[in-house]
Design a protein around this ligand. Structure first.
Ligand code: BGP
Length: 462
């Protein structure tokens, strides 16, 4: 069979500032929570490798962008580092950062690659985290100012903007499950953080619209479906509640401008409602997204709770469901995540049927692999056929969704080149291009990179 995609389909990849730039302490950059946390607790990071040891995009962006062009990219998502642009989070703008982002954007545009620019990818400036991060309303306003600064600096050349990447992750990882700084475990505070981050996104969207900039603005969400174990009502309910917390929370407010009633009810029943300001409701309603980025890696499988938590245990989202380890599920043997390709189709059809067929694109999809050097051939090229198969199987479902009328406009892989990833550092490799950490971060195109080049050139595959 042949899988041909609509004309002008966006082919490309995604990356984030903290994970690729390096140069964490030069040219006036301020610390963000990752720089700080690494200094405090290097042992938390895989092989004790921190965010200054990245793929050095800061120095090598020119060569990297030429490689993107070669590999058929017509678009690329990057993020601006808030703490590089505005080292103290508010106030003075770092001119070296302004120059750097102008240079990168110019280089991309000259190469025929449309820049998709994201404003926030898990990287709170330290100064603002010290004021409480997203828990503090002042930080919400600081974000709106930062967004305005970005629009006025780069609005002449960027026409696809995104306010945040996976805003649920800082909520769950930072405030529920002790895996991102500031390692708080407190459901009520998590709700406040999530709420404020949604308000911040809406404020940035408002600033964009008020400023009459050309182009579109959206958000990038990991809209992972929650699949219940069975049709049994208790399992169904578990699935619905997991979906409310981790999916519909940000999806509904971003696309429809309101939080789901059932979510508000549950939070209210448990005295977990966040503090709000009178104008928020209108702000959220009026500033929904033009476009939605969809990150997809693996589904969430859940079942009804088997054992009730101790009545004195502090409330957590999992008091409403259990995770379900489905027998026979297909696994990525090199990363340990489930692979369920049809999930990408289910997401797109859900957006079509329940979210007004909002314009969207796949903003991350990828396969992490540990010790990937073992797949090198005698010429030193990583033979990542498993990754090509992963992309193809997902793209077949994207194609099927398009046949059903999905408004999906593109497909970005995670990621262009192997990069540093939060606590996992360089454990899991995702790139179309590998980097040699022992040899000056030298780049080598993997087999999947050449495959991607063909894919983009042919606007499809067979
Ligand atoms: C996504 C993030 C990315 C990236 C990816 C892979 O959720 O948006 O920033 O980190 O996950 O994660 P990992 O390296 O842990 O496999």
């Amino acid at each position: 069979a042949t899988y041909t995609f609509p004309e002008n389909f966006w082919w490309g990849s995604a990356a984030s500032a903290t994970q690729t730039e390096g140069a964490a302490h030069i040219d006036g950059k301020g610390d963000n929570i990752w720089d700080y946390w690494y200094q405090q607790e290097p042992n938390r990071f895989y092989n004790q490798v921190g965010p200054e040891h990245t793929s050095r995009f800061y120095e090598r962006y020119k060569d990297d962008i030429q490689t993107m062009k070669k590999l058929g990219h017509n678009s690329f998502r990057l993020s601006i580092s808030w703490s590089r642009l505005i080292p103290d989070g508010t106030g003075e703008v770092n001119q070296k950062a302004v120059q750097f982002y102008h240079d990168v954007l110019d280089e991309l545009i000259a190469a025929g690659i449309e820049p998709f620019v994201n404003l926030y990818h898990f990287d709170m400036p330290l100064v603002l985290q010290e004021m409480g991060g997203w828990e503090n309303r002042k930080v919400v306003e600081a974000f709106a100012d930062y967004a305005k600064t970005c629009f006025s600096l780069f609005g002449g050349k960027v026409t696809k903007w995104f306010t945040q990447n996976e805003p649920i992750v800082p909520v769950e990882a930072g405030y529920l499950y002790d895996s991102h700084y500031p390692n708080v475990v407190d459901f009520k505070r998590a709700v406040q953080v999530g709420y404020h981050s949604a308000v911040a996104s809406a404020m940035a969207i408002k600033a964009f619209k008020d400023g009459d900039y050309k182009g579109k603005i959206g958000i990038i969400l990991n809209v992972t479906p929650s699949y219940p174990r069975s049709h049994h009502p208790a399992d169904q309910k578990a699935g619905r509640i997991a979906d409310l917390f981790f999916n519909k929370s940000f999806l509904d407010v971003s696309v429809k401008g309101t939080f789901p009633d059932e979510l508000v009810q549950i939070l209210s029943d448990h005295s977990m409602l966040p503090s709000t300001e009178p104008m928020d409701e209108k702000l959220l309603q009026e500033n929904t997204v033009d476009i939605l980025g969809v990150n997809y890696y693996q589904p969430r499988r859940v079942k009804a709770k088997e054992y009730m938590p101790h009545p004195d245990a502090p409330l957590m989202p999992e008091h409403f469901f259990d995770f379900y380890d489905m027998p026979g599920k297909k696994m990525n043997p090199y990363r340990g995540w489930e692979i369920y390709e049809k999930g990408i189709y289910d997401i797109l059809i859900n957006l079509k049927e329940n979210y007004g067929n909002v314009e969207c694109f796949i903003s991350e999809n990828g396969m992490g692999v540990q010790n990937e050097d073992r797949f090198k051939d005698e010429d030193g090229i990583i033979q990542d056929d498993y990754r090509i198969a992963f992309y193809q199987e997902h793209l077949k479902w994207v194609h099927a969704a398009i046949q059903q009328g999905s408004n999906v406009k593109g497909y970005h892989v995670w990621t262009f080149m192997d990069n540093w990833s939060w606590l996992n550092a360089y454990k899991n490799r995702y790139g179309l291009v590998s980097i040699d950490l022992d040899n000056d971060a030298k780049r080598h195109i993997k087999k999947s990179g050449s495959w991607f080049q063909e894919l983009a050139l042919n606007n499809g595959f067979r």
